[in-house]
Design a protein around this ligand. Structure first.
Ligand code: ATP
Ligand code: MG
Ligand code: MG
Length: 383
């Protein structure tokens, strides 16, 4: 067996925890920088972890001193601290890529240079009503007002339905750096997990994502009712977008499929991604396995990224009661071919990702039939 370098991970939430499961299987030591009992640390017994924040420079220096390769489960990290340690420790993907990607406006500007199709957008300089009204005349309504930074799960987005919404939209977001995006009338949202290795850009198949209140609820793998030509086009677009960035590792690419079957890139993430959780059960290499192999230059046979059996992933979100999410997980235990993942994140706030369930079946139709009662239960339609 190879003698693995030590990996340092910025952030130890659910993505870090699933990455740790992959690291554990290959005897890879991964040192996590996060708070004391972070989900990823709970399943890793060694004493190399660092207590602190991935936004704090001193903690990041401390982590860098303990490892050979640094990577991140979140893009909202201090890239200046990463830049500082980069001469001494490998940073994958590159801090330059993370710096561009963590600012969604910079990301769009960068991707535009590479001719990646995206919804039209405008930067706000003053966050003023007049400025947004002028942009509204140019882009039309509805439009999506977006925070450039620190966005996740739609926190940072505001749908501006008409000029009348401008004051309330700005009230919600005006203290953040903003841009506005033309509305994308999509018939489906697609996502592709891309793996950037030292000399290749590989992709998992195209999946369909369903967002509710801007939070990913369901992932269908492969995407339902799309032609192989759209599947190939989406994978190609995703690989081209990721090829525009330096460094190795997994990237999650989100796209809109429009009525005329054209594709627009929504955004990408420089990390393992919620739309790729299905790979744990559905593929021989998961996105987490692939990420570790990519950053450590280990082999990734391309056919290991194929889907062996159709899969559906349902996110378990915090509900109205502190234990609503546990009821869904409990129900799923009795469902055949369902795998339950709980993240052990502590308090469940409404909308917080607390776990997920993946169902696989010989056909998508059977997977749908298996998953539907769980969706109905989660939506409160059945007891
Ligand atoms: P994530 O948790 O994926 O990082 P985020 O907060 O960065 O989310 P986006 O991915 O930009 O936000 O948008 C969230 C969702 O809002 C999208 O998946 C899509 O459903 C909707 N959305 C975003 N931009 C547009 C647009 N221009 N037109 C229509 N819908 C949009
Ligand atoms: Mg995002
Ligand atoms: Mg998104």
């Amino acid at each position: 067996m190879f003698n693995s370098p030590v990996v340092g991970l910025l952030g130890g939430g659910q993505l870090g925890r699933m990455l740790m499961e992959s690291a554990n299987r290959l005897n890879i030591q991964m040192n996590v920088l996060d708070s004391e009992n972070a989900p990823a640390k709970q399943i890793s017994g060694h004493d190399g972890h660092v207590t602190g924040s991935f936004k704090d420079r001193a903690s990041l220096r401390e982590l860098a001193a303990t490892c050979d390769v640094l990577t991140a489960e979140i893009e909202h990290v201090d890239t200046y601290a990463l830049e500082e340690v980069a001469p001494r420790v490998k940073v994958e993907p590159s801090w330059r890529s993370i710096r561009i990607i963590q600012d969604k406006f910079m990301q769009k500007e960068h991707l535009a240079k590479f001719k990646i199709p995206q919804a039209e957008y405008r930067e706000l300089e003053y966050n003023s009503r007049d400025e947004l009204a002028k942009i509204g005349e140019e882009l039309g309504y509805p439009l999506m007002l977006k925070s450039k930074t620190l966005a996740y799960d739609g926190r940072g987005n505001f749908k501006v339905k008409s000029k009348a919404d401008i004051p309330v939209a700005l009230e919600a977001l005006e203290d953040r750096p903003l841009y506005a995006e033309k509305w994308a009338y999509f018939k489906m949202e697609l996502a592709v997990i891309v793996v950037k290795t030292k000399d290749d850009v590989l992709s998992f198949p195209t999946v369909e994502t369903v967002q509710e209140d801007s939070i990913c609820k369901l992932v269908y793998a492969p995407a339902r009712n799309i032609s192989s030509s759209i599947d190939n086009k989406a994978q190609e677009l995703a690989r081209n977008a990721v090829a525009a960035f330096e460094g190795k590792g997994v990237f999650g690419v989100e796209m809109f499929l429009l009525e005329d079957d054209s594709l627009l890139l929504c955004e990408l993430a420089s990390r393992i991604h919620n739309s790729g959780h299905y790979t744990i059960e559905a593929c021989s290499l998961s996105q987490f396995d692939a990420h570790l192999r990519a950053i450590l230059d280990l082999p990734i046979p391309p056919s290991s990224l194929n889907i062996r059996e159709p899969a559906i992933m349902l996110n378990i979100l915090g509900g109205s009661n502190p234990d609503s999410h546990l009821k869904v997980a409990d129900r799923a235990l009795s469902v055949p071919n369902a795998t339950v993942h709980l993240y052990s994140k502590g308090d469940a706030r409404p909308g917080r990702k607390m776990g997920h369930i993946t169902v696989t079946a010989p056909t998508m139709h059977e997977a749908e039939a298996t998953m539907q009662p769980l969706i109905d239960f989660m939506d409160g339609k059945t007891q």
